[in-house]
Design a protein around this ligand. Structure first.
Ligand SMILES: C[S@@+](CC[C@H](N)C(=O)[O-])C[C@H]1O[C@@H](n2cnc3c(N)ncnc32)[C@H](O)[C@@H]1O
Length: 385
């Protein structure tokens, strides 16, 4: 975690912005520095291990492998926290080690909320595929090389175009960034010059995200309790995250709190609507074409409820694009089978895209009438007059 984001962080339990930091180990221009108090940490220092704590020392949060774990007590994973505490506690000054132990004791004594239990299940599901160093390296390789045409093209065309306009120096956050695959590939903060904070419930996916975009910040946080400053951010992104929540629209008011007036909220989600296929057929299609790597918590969002919620929160919908992935999935699978690296050849890519466009305006258009499988919505927070 770069020290420069400390003043953007709020305590997920109390909401206070009065937070401090202690670094056990950090990276300063590729050199390691140990045991530094806040006043000796520079804005561009990347803290590998340490703690963030409220100035009354009631709430202590761990920074582990560059990622602050900013979960409220109910959402904390005690097994993970205790495993980090085993080595971290001995490296803290006595007063902070005591405060950390008090936090662990408080969490251990509490009952967990329903959403907290649900989040931990989701955490485990997403953690499990990248449990080891080897698996994380393999996932990093795949997010750098894999050609996800069916996902990247609609996101680039219908979402990124609203974000990239004058984005230099702006602050954008993502809920459920996972391994930050989309952002690292098509809207890389280093290339576009904006400040990005990725948040997700899965710690290990975030470790991969940090490997993919080392110059950015990643926070382990729930989309229902985003521990960053209110009315500060210029845009928020959800790429296939909201439908993992028990009630997807619950996250909207949380995102709204973080965005400033005229901030953009853009999302790409599977929708629950009339569908071409039964659930059994859909499962077969997924298996055949590996469309989604979903957990059991795949709720799909309700389109009307989504747009109604946005309007209630005073957002103007700029763009709604129904999107039927099947034809692109089939087409991409076909192209990849006959020539895997077609996307690295400009001429070939152009031809493929021209055929795709033709499909989009004919077959896909027709099948969308039966009900889209996914939807891209971009909205803007209206000024309160
Ligand atoms: C389908 S993945 C999307 C990953 C990424 N946005 C992308 O474009 O590849 C869904 C992500 O949502 C995260 N997630 C699920 N429930 C969450 C919650 N309550 N809060 C934050 N993230 C959550 C999962 O850990 C997972 O990384």
């Amino acid at each position: 975690m770069y020290k420069r984001i400390l003043d953007k962080i709020i305590c997920p339990n109390s909401g206070t912005t009065d937070v401090k930091i202690y670094s056990v180990e950090l990276n300063r221009q590729s050199k390691s520095e140990k045991n530094l108090q806040e006043e000796n940490i520079l804005p561009d220092d990347d803290i590998k291990s340490g703690i963030i704590y409220t100035s009354d020392k009631k709430y202590v949060y761990v920074i582990h492998e560059y990622i602050p774990i900013l979960l409220n007590d109910a959402d904390q994973d005690l097994v993970h926290l205790n495993s980090i505490a085993a080595t971290l506690k001995n490296q803290l000054p006595n007063d902070l080690a005591d405060a950390f132990q008090n936090t662990i004791n408080r969490i251990a004594a509490q009952h967990h909320s329903e959403d907290g239990d649900w989040n931990r299940e989701e955490m485990k599901y997403y953690d499990s595929a990248v449990d080891t160093e080897k698996q994380r390296e393999a996932m990093l390789k795949s997010i750098r090389n894999e050609n996800l045409w069916r996902i990247f093209i609609p996101r680039r065309e219908s979402m990124i175009k609203y974000l990239e306009k004058n984005c230099k120096g702006k602050w954008i956050f993502e809920i459920g960034c996972g391994n930050a695959r989309t952002v690292s590939r098509i809207f890389n903060p280093a290339e576009f010059g904006y400040n990005y904070i990725g948040t997700d419930i899965s710690f290990k996916r975030l470790m991969v995200a940090k490997m993919a975009i080392p110059g950015s910040d990643f926070i382990q946080a729930s989309a229902l309790n985003i521990p960053i400053k209110n009315n500060f951010f210029d845009a928020a992104i959800s790429f296939g995250m909201l439908h993992h929540l028990p009630r997807p629209t619950d996250a909207f008011s949380e995102v709204d709190k973080k965005l400033k007036s005229e901030g953009i909220f853009t999302l790409h989600e599977p929708v629950y609507t009339t569908r071409q296929f039964t659930e059994k057929q859909t499962a077969m299609v997924r298996k055949l074409f590996r469309t989604y790597e979903h957990s059991d918590h795949d709720n799909k969002i309700n389109l009307k409820e989504t747009t109604d919620t946005l309007k209630k929160l005073n957002y103007k919908v700029l763009n709604t694009v129904p999107y039927n992935s099947l034809f692109r999935v089939v087409y991409e699978a076909f192209m990849n089978r006959i020539y895997k690296s077609w996307h690295s050849h400009k001429g070939l890519t152009k031809t493929v895209l021209a055929i795709d466009n033709l499909l989009l305006n004919t077959v896909v258009k027709l099948s969308n009438k039966l009900g889209p499988q996914a939807i891209v919505i971009t909205s803007v927070k209206q000024k309160v007059s």
